[in-house]
Design a binder for this molecule. Structure first.
Ligand code: ZN
Length: 234
């Protein structure tokens, strides 16, 4: 089990550093994942650890109320986003919160996400929106956000960011990358033509089915990881 825990620690660290490298995390944002063998505990990057150089030792371990274990580094103030979702959703193994530029711009403009790009076609016009924009730094706000997310994969936090819930670290990484890629394409298409094309009907269903499967998530992860590892230090 120690090996499995080390592996998840490494995945979290790699995901955070890759997300930072591609502009989807900055000095803020956090990724959590359940501790293998201890489903009522989760790892999360510590409050004080830079996202650019975070290492496996920089992860806090918290319970499902967001309390750190004795000796653990201090978790981020928004840990309650993670504890509330992981407590309610046994299907979720990893949660990410970030401040993605293009999704924020669409939300500020009052536009809901539309499926416009094949790999990002899971984008859902019914993506729920949490309207309280401050730091989500109380258990009550964590519960409210988890209510808004419901059994979905993505929720928007107006003027603030997004939260993603997935089975594992690789999936939550891919979800964040392609939610943002879809939002960017939607934004640019809307500038060129307010009546831009949106995937729909059977075409949408088949596009979603064929573009979002575990082996595709793995391919996305491997590509970004290889790219990051070969360019690290450039
Ligand atoms: Zn935030």
């Amino acid at each position: 089990m120690a090996d499995a825990q080390d592996q998840v620690r490494l995945q979290i660290v790699e995901a955070i550093r890759m997300l930072e490298r591609i502009g989807l995390l900055d000095m803020n944002g956090h990724l959590s994942a359940r501790v293998p063998g201890r489903p009522d505990r989760f790892f999360i990057n510590a409050r004080g650890a830079s996202r650019a150089v975070v290492g496996p030792q920089d992860l806090a371990i918290c319970d499902l109320e967001g309390r750190p274990e004795p000796g653990s580094p201090e978790p981020p103030s928004e840990v309650y986003i993670h504890s509330a979702i992981l407590r309610r959703r046994p299907d979720v193994g990893a949660v990410l919160h970030n401040h993605p530029h293009w999704q924020l711009v669409l939300g500020i403009a009052g536009l809901q996400p539309q499926p416009v790009f094949s790999i990002g076609s899971f984008a859902d016009p019914a993506t729920p929106v949490y309207e309280r924009s401050s730091l989500i730094n109380t258990p009550e706000m964590g519960e409210e956000l988890a209510d808004v997310l419901g059994d979905g994969r993505v929720a928007h936090i107006r003027h603030h960011g997004a939260v993603y819930a997935a089975a594992n670290v690789q999936e939550v990484f891919a979800l964040a990358v392609f939610t943002e890629e879809n939002a960017k394409k939607q934004y640019q298409a809307a500038l060129l033509n307010p009546n831009y094309h949106v995937l729909s009907g059977e075409n949408l269903e088949r596009t979603r089915e064929t573009n979002w499967a575990p082996k595709i998530v793995q391919k996305i992860w491997t590509y970004y990881r290889d790219k990051w590892l070969t360019r690290e230090g450039e």
